[in-house]
Every structure is written in C-alpha cells, then in structure tokens.
Design a binder for this molecule. Structure first.
Ligand SMILES: [Cu+2]
Length: 76
C-alpha cells in the first residue's frame, strides 16, 4: 500500500473534490481517496500491485480534471 498526493487542476468547488474521490475509489486497488478543494490536491492510498499511478492520473482526467504529478510519496 502506498499513499501519494497529486496536485489537481480544475476543481472549482467542494463537490468537484467529492467527484474526484468517487472516481478514484471506483478504481480497483484504490483504498481511499481524499481530495481537498481548498488545497487543490488529492491524497490517494492504493495498492501499487493493482493500480498504477498512470491509471490514477487518467481516472482524474476522465472525471474532467487534471492531475499534475505526485507531490509526495509515503510507503507503509
Ligand atoms: Cu465543482
């Protein structure tokens, strides 16, 4: 399991953050997603064996937003 923070572009209200959470949590292998509209980031905890960083970036894109890159990397 790994936890990564991605910067998000395009969120304009709190429901955008909820939409991103839902889109990411639908991915198999994602344990939890917590987007913050105020900070324009999303923290994602996921199983690297089941889902790639690319899949996460593309799920955010499919939801209509842009995920920039992982800002931090926390293994555990
Ligand atoms: Cu919104």
């Amino acid at each position: 399991m790994i936890k990564k923070r991605f910067q998000i572009q395009g969120m304009h209200c709190a429901s955008c953050a909820m939409l991103i959470d839902g889109a990411l949590e639908d991915l198999q292998g994602v344990k939890s997603a917590s987007a913050s509209y105020a900070r324009q980031v999303v923290d994602v905890e996921y199983d690297e064996a089941k889902v790639s960083e690319e899949a996460i970036l593309s799920a955010v894109k499919d939801a209509g937003y842009t995920a920039i890159a992982s800002l931090s990397d926390q293994r555990g």
